[in-house]
Each structure stands twice: as C-alpha cells, then as structure tokens.
Design a protein around this ligand. Structure first.
Ligand code: 4AD
Ligand code: MG
Length: 447
C-alpha cells in the first residue's frame, strides 16, 4: 500500500507506520554510514535517517539545506538515550528531490548567521523567516491573535473590520500618512477607535484587529510605521471597569497561550522562566509617577538636545527612556493612569473635580514600556465640541463621530494594544521589529 501523506505536526498518531512526508531540508548531518536530515514543513521538525545506498544518492543530487524533498519510510520511536523533535524519527527507504537550492556562496547557510548585521537579515526577511527563532515568534503571534479572539468571544465582545482608508485623525495630524484619494485628501488610519465607538449602539461591545499607521519618524526599539492594532470599545462602563477588563484580557490571553502545547513551549524557549503576571496590576497615578522619577533621579529631557536635562514637573510628558527605566525598576505590569489633558487627544474624558487630568490609562510592561493606551471617552456632546475647539480640529469631518453623542449617548471607554509590543514583552525580544511578519519602520518597506 502507498504510504499515507502526513504533515510533520500530525505524525504522533502514525508512530509505527510507514508514512510519506514533504518538506524543506532544515539541517543536514552527514556521517560515513548514515545521514541525518532535519525536515521542516511549518507544522514541525522531523528527523530523517538515511542509511546504506540511500546515502550515496544524496551527493549525486546536491542535497543541501532548503532543498524541498519527499520522503517515505517507517516512523519509529527514537532509540533510548537519543533525542529528536517529537520523540520519533523516520527511517527512510525512498526519497526524491522536488526543488533544488543553491550551493556555494549563494547557499542558504552562507547568507547569514547569528553574527550577521541585523540589516542583512532584514533585507532577506523572506529567507530569515525559515530560521527557527523568527518562525517561533510568528507561531506565538498566531496563538496570541487567536487567544484574543477566543477571549473576546467568551466576554461577548464582537469582532468588526473598520476601514484603513479614512478622512479623520485620531491621534493628531503630525503622524498621519496622507494621500490623494480620487482628488480628495485621505489618510491611512492611526486607530480604529472612532469607528468602534459608532458600533456600540448597534453591535454592543466590539473589537478589531487592524493595521494602524504612524508617520512619526521614530527610530526606536518600539516604533513601527505600520503595526497590528488590537482595539476594543465597551459601553456603559466606568474607568475602573475599563481597567479590570484590560487586566482580564491580558491575563486570560497569556494563560491561554501558555496552556497551548505548541505556543506555550515556544514562549518558554524564547523567554525562559516567563510566568503569567500576578493580578491585580499595580495602579500608578501619573502624578505619583512624576514623583517616582524625581526620587530616582530620572530626568526630563527636552526635545531640543541643547536644553539641559532637568527634574520632571507635573504636566511633562513621560518620554520613552524615562518610562522604560521606571517600568524596569518596578518590574511588574503597571496601569499608569490619569494623564494631563494637554498631553492627550480631544476625545478623552476629564476627571470630575480635577479637570486638567483625564480618565486615561497606559499599560506598561517590563522591557517594553507602553503596550496599551486607553481611556474613557467624552460622552457629552457639548464637551466634545469644546474638545475639537481646544485642539484646533475642524469638527465637520467628524460629524459621524459627534452623532454618537446626539443619538443616545452612553458612558463608554476603550483601548488599543500594540500586538508587536505585546509580543516583544511575551517573547522577550529586543525590538518590536522582530515581531512583525514583514517589518515596517521609518525608511523600510521591503521585502
Ligand atoms: O497610545 P495610542 O496612540 O492610542 C490610540 O491609538 C488609541 N486611539 C487606542 C484606543 O483607545 N482605541 O496607541 C495604542 C497602542 C500603544 O499603546 C502601542 O502599544 C501601540 O498602539 N502603538 C505602536 N506600536 C508600534 N509602533 C508605533 N508607532 C505605535 N504607536 C502606538
Ligand atoms: Mg499611547
């Protein structure tokens, strides 16, 4: 009988049988009597053992890493004292070349290694993705996205798909990518928040997973020009409900990913010793954060490098470097709350009795800093009109957003989570650039 065709990730159930597998040669170890191949098909890695006459045929076909092959053989448990992925190996009795790969200077193994300049790997991202660490990060990324979807569904938050092409700004004009849209000005969305808000009256609580775009020229470890933005909006809640919800989402998603047999193991390989964060998260008022920075001599640095650093004052923006130092010192997830109104967008609700500050919250994680930004929203139409005026925003293009306050308003709030930043925290990456399939940052859009 013809051996059954099986994906590597599904081989467990076929132990002791003759099977047929397809894949890419991931590693090749040649010994005098025997050749060991690690085969890769995306679902897993499999050790192949080739012995006898089969070994001679390999050289004849120039078998090198990244060739694609088909192999049949008996799937056996690995002998006592030896290890192999999945605990089994395929003792081959037949193979065939499907697609050759270059040898010599163009050989995959010659293109880059651990010591190569990062830009070499970035420009060869399509090939770098075949390496184990990039693939592991992408597998964790997929598990994170499906966990978010599962947890939202459990909490009856519905998924919607807002547009990328928009004519309103959410987070200020400075970071908008503008383009000509049939003779009109349009932008790539910075955030789907405003659209999510308009969904509340018809669909209830909603979320989306959408690409957001930021034209800021920030060459940092955590800024991208395009990133995957996970946003949610909830009706009839207060500020405490919002934070409880964010905490629940993060913790339940982390639990689900860690419990997944494949993704959970990959997280431990990428980030050894990682544990789900303890609840409740630390809650830190903006004003107390300013005091913390000053107690620890973390200074405020003006945008103009000629201005000497000075202690922080209430009203100062907490810059990335200062935020990161503080987060790493505290070394736990933090809800940083109640930012000054002038640092935040027009839509944010002010604190009753402390009107210079807002019901806003960032989640800060060790090693990354801000991974979530959220707030309660202005629900009163007059207050919203004032907000536009204060920020110098013409209200006309926002008529649809304003209408949400006109036709049955509600207290509501929401947040956006940067998926790459979440992953950089979960998998302990140096930069968010490693956490995108194909990275998009200032000056880089290929491949
Ligand atoms: O703090 P931000 O700008 O907030 C908003 O866009 C809100 N409208 C979201 C909402 O309430 N629905 O962005 C939210 C998150 C940040 O915390 C960060 O994780 C991520 O998006 N983010 C970026 N990630 C990578 N590169 C960038 N340039 C990012 N800008 C924001
Ligand atoms: Mg923010």
């Amino acid at each position: 009988a013809r051996a059954e065709k099986v994906k590597i990730g599904q081989l467990e159930a076929h132990r002791g049988s003759r099977v047929r597998v397809f894949g890419w040669v991931h590693r090749l170890r040649v010994q005098s009597q025997m050749t060991f191949i690690t085969l890769r098909d995306g679902t897993g890695y499999l050790q192949l053992v080739l012995a006898g006459d089969l070994v001679k045929t390999l050289d004849a076909f120039d078998l090198v890493t990244e060739c694609t092959i088909e192999v049949t053989g008996d799937l056996k448990q690995v002998p006592e004292g030896k290890t192999a992925p999945g605990g089994h190996e395929l003792v081959a009795d037949w193979w065939r070349m499907i697609g050759k790969a270059p040898t010599g200077v163009d050989a995959y193994a010659s293109l880059f290694n651990e010591k190569s300049d990062l830009s070499v790997r970035q420009n060869l991202r399509h090939l770098d993705l075949r390496a184990e660490t990039p693939a592991a990060i992408m597998k964790v990324r997929a598990a994170v996205l499906s966990a978010f979807r599962a947890v939202y569904s459990k909490h009856t938050v519905m998924e919607v798909t807002p547009p990328c092409i928009v004519q309103t700004s959410v987070e200020g004009g400075a970071s908008l990518f503008k383009f000509n849209y049939y003779g009109q000005e349009a932008y790539l969305t910075q955030s789907s928040q405003l659209y999510l808000e308009t969904c509340l009256p018809s669909l209830g609580d909603v979320f989306c997973v959408q690409e957001s775009f930021r034209a800021e020229n920030s060459h940092t470890r955590r800024h991208l020009a395009e990133y995957t933005h996970l946003e949610a909006e909830l009706a009839f809640i207060d500020f405490k409900d919002l934070m409880d919800h964010i905490e629940t989402m993060i913790c339940e998603v982390v639990d689900m990913v860690l419990a997944d047999p494949i993704a959970g193991k990959l997280v431990q390989e990428l980030n050894p010793g990682f544990k789900a964060p303890a609840r409740p998260f630390k809650r830190l008022d903006y004003k107390d954060a300013i005091a913390f920075l000053n107690e620890h001599d973390i200074l405020f640095q003006d945008d103009d490098p000629a201005v000497p650093p000075r202690p922080h004052q209430i009203g100062d923006d907490i810059a990335e470097a200062a935020e990161r130092k503080m987060t790493d010192m505290l070394n736990v997830p933090i809800f940083l709350m109640n930012f000054p109104k002038h640092l935040k967008s027009f839509y944010m609700k002010k604190i009753e009795g402390d009107e210079e500050f807002t019901e806003s919250v960032d989640v800060l994680m060790p090693n990354v800093g801000e991974i979530v930004g959220g707030s309660m929203r202005i629900s009163d139409i007059d207050e919203l009109m004032e907000g536009y005026k204060r920020e110098g925003i013409p209200s006309d293009p926002y008529y649809w957003f304003t209408d949400q306050r006109k036709y049955g308003t509600s207290e509501h709030g929401g947040y956006g989570l940067g998926v790459e930043r979440f992953l950089a925290w979960l998998t302990n990456r140096w930069t968010v650039r490693e956490c995108q399939l194909y990275g998009r940052w200032p000056g880089h859009a290929a491949p």
